[in-house]
Design a protein around this ligand. Structure first.
Ligand SMILES: NC(=O)c1ccc[n+]([C@@H]2O[C@H](COP(=O)([O-])OP(=O)(O)OC[C@H]3O[C@@H](n4cnc5c(N)ncnc54)[C@H](OP(=O)(O)O)[C@@H]3O)[C@@H](O)[C@H]2O)c1
Length: 259
């Protein structure tokens, strides 16, 4: 758990929606937020990880579930409604839901894979941000989009994924301009982080273990990221400690992007 004793780093009384909040980085962000006093709606397509989050993060007093697909307008509406119906407000939106796909050379890119990737990694977080803005504006709030370090430089084999996330960085900064001064919008670009998504493009557990080892060796700080590393930055950016921070694109990657 992240130490969150200083009042400006706390989220007491605040309500957050975390997409992808049942697993990995989103789940760790939900945990950090609850630890800092927030009530959190977690969403994702599978109900089981969401129910586990409720159980492990202190029960229905602290966590509500809104199962759904972020590419569906109806489901996104239900996610926002859950926050309002359950706790009467929304202060923080975290778009952590994402997928890695369409890996390989761009020359082999399939149009349907490209569309599916853009739908989850760019269109959905943009539309959810847009749809959440009227709620966030009421009392002031913030949006945090989870991008990737790969969006900041050309990475062979990840062109489609990284392009979608580079687009997310861009629209986040435009939103930061347009939503100011009531709502702040920031981005975290994680490096390789030990979650279920890592290596999903590989065909065997051995290959995944091998690439994790390689990533750890290539990272200046000498290890893969833990979801908690990203959650610590997310807590800062979503709290009043960051009240003068908007449009930031923060790498949290053990120095990987310096290489
Ligand atoms: N781990 C890394 O190395 C790394 C590095 C850079 C960036 N990131 C980014 O970090 C974010 C979180 O990923 P993670 O590492 O925490 O992996 P993860 O545990 O696999 O999280 C991805 C989450 O997104 C949800 N999701 C995927 N498609 C969805 C959809 N169509 N509708 C609703 N929810 C959907 C998944 O839940 P369901 O399957 O239940 O829907 C899951 O909870 C992603 O945006 C990813 O691109 C990760």
């Amino acid at each position: 758990m992240i130490p969150a004793s200083s009042p400006e780093f706390r989220l007491d009384g605040k309500v957050a929606l975390v997409t992808g909040g049942g697993t990995g980085i989103g789940r760790s962000i939900a945990e950090a937020f609850v630890g800092a006093g927030a009530r959190v709606v977690v969403s994702g397509r599978r109900e089981e990880p969401l129910l586990r989050a409720v159980e492990n993060l202190g029960g229905e007093e602290h966590v509500a579930v809104a199962p759904g697909d972020v590419t569906s307008g109806v489901d996104r509406g239900r996610m926002l409604d859950t926050a309002v119906r359950t706790w009467g407000r929304l202060d923080v939106l975290v778009n952590s839901a994402g997928r890695v796909g369409a890996t390989g050379p761009l020359e082999r890119l399939q149009e349907d894979e490209w569309s599916a990737l853009l739908a989850v990694d760019l269109t959905a977080p943009l539309l959810l941000a847009k749809e959440a803005l009227p709620l966030l504006r009421k009392q002031g709030g913030s949006i945090l989009n989870i991008s990737t370090g790969a969006s900041l430089r050309p990475v062979s084999g990840f062109g489609a994924y990284a392009a979608a996330k580079a687009g997310l960085n861009y629209v986040s900064q435009v939103l930061a301009l347009e939503a100011a001064p009531r709502v702040r919008v920031n981005v975290i670009c994680p490096g390789g982080t030990d979650t279920p998504i890592f290596g999903t493009f590989l065909e065997s557990e051995e290959k995944i273990a091998e690439i994790k080892k390689r990533f750890a060796e290539m990272t200046p700080l000498g290890r893969l990221g833990h979801p908690r590393d990203i959650a610590a930055a997310a807590l800062f950016l979503s709290s009043d400690a960051a009240q003068w921070v908007t449009g930031a694109v923060l790498t949290v990657d053990g120095g990987m992007n310096l290489e």
